[in-house]
Design a protein around this ligand. Structure first.
Ligand SMILES: [Zn+2]
Length: 316
């Protein structure tokens, strides 16, 4: 049991969570940690990629020594992994490329070299590690046989509810896109595939700044930096709800001075979350913060599309 959890458990106790509840959470977390350590390939094999992603997140979000553990699951073991992971009582989506599990302060990313280039894999690591940077104050809920633990995150994103994902995913998506922009041209295979694909989907390729090339997605125009290159899809350049939230988040940062800085502060300081809410309401009118924060991803990309449109239409 590391220091991180000792602190959180004492917080739980001071919040009035019963000893039995705390004991259950402890056992649950212990089993999860043991499972990850024995089941997955640890970060050693992918040390270079993990180190790059980790340093990037530390620099961008002003964190020293991000102590989150990283586990990589080879794609062919995903199904088996998920089945056993859920048997332990943890939650994870079927189609995500990775996730952050605050209960065990760990990031899990699937390694799918046949689908994604190395730089895309690293950008996914960046996305998940970004989630790991919020101050994790665990809140315990007993439900059936499970002990669910909720965390306060940038926008109070709550597990088992659709509320609060916009800012949380927005920040993670924003960093994911930024990492790709900064490192994409160094991955030669990615770069060639990306450029070829851009030329296939639009004639208006900005050859100097290809990531700024605008892609038409439905009735929406979005810069190519918020797309993900997935070899399994046709066309291979697609966007995801997470990256759309990132695009919307970056629009806010461009419009509101100190928005990004306040969002970063909100990782550890809950007062900054109120400040963010005020900034959004001042910009777009009363109620806009709650409107945006109700946009989650339970409806697939619909909510993220609406978030992006809402902000884009109000961008001068
Ligand atoms: Zn995410």
């Amino acid at each position: 049991m590391d220091h991180f959890f000792e602190t959180r458990f004492s917080e739980m106790k001071s919040d009035g969570v019963s000893d039995v509840g705390v004991k259950r959470a402890e056992t649950f977390i212990h089993d999860g940690e043991k499972f990850l350590e024995t089941y997955t390939i640890t970060e050693t094999f992918f040390e270079k990629s993990v180190q790059k992603a980790r340093s990037f997140v530390e620099d961008e979000l002003d964190v020293e020594n991000l102590d989150t553990k990283v586990f990589i699951v080879p794609e062919e073991r995903r199904k088996d992994f998920l089945q056993q992971w859920r048997q332990l009582g943890f939650i994870a989506g079927d189609n995500d490329n990775g996730f952050y599990e605050p209960l065990v302060n760990s990031v899990v990313v699937y390694h799918q070299p046949e689908r994604f280039h190395e730089v895309t894999f690293e950008a996914t690591l960046v996305h998940e590690l970004a989630h790991a940077t919020s101050k994790k104050r665990l809140r315990l809920t007993e439900s059936n046989n499970h002990t669910l633990v909720h965390t306060d995150r940038i926008g109070f994103a709550l597990i088992a509810s659709n509320f609060g994902y916009f800012l949380e995913e927005g920040l993670a998506g924003s960093l994911q896109a930024k990492y790709l922009q900064l490192n994409g041209s160094e991955d030669q295979e990615f770069w060639e595939d990306f450029m070829n694909s851009l030329r296939t989907v639009t004639k208006l390729v900005d050859e100097q700044r290809p990531f700024n090339t605008v892609l038409q997605i439905g009735d929406l125009k979005i810069p190519a930096s918020y797309s993900i290159f997935d070899r399994n899809d046709t066309p291979p350049l697609l966007t995801t709800p997470y990256l759309l939230f990132g695009a919307a988040f970056d629009l806010l940062c461009q419009q509101i001075p100190s928005f990004r800085e306040t969002a970063i502060n909100a990782r550890k300081d809950h007062k900054s979350i109120s400040a963010l809410a005020q900034m959004i309401n001042n910009q777009f009118g009363k109620g806009s913060y709650v409107y945006l924060q109700k946009k989650g991803y339970y409806n697939g990309p619909t909510d993220a599309l609406e978030t992006y449109k809402y902000i884009l239409e109000r961008t001068k």
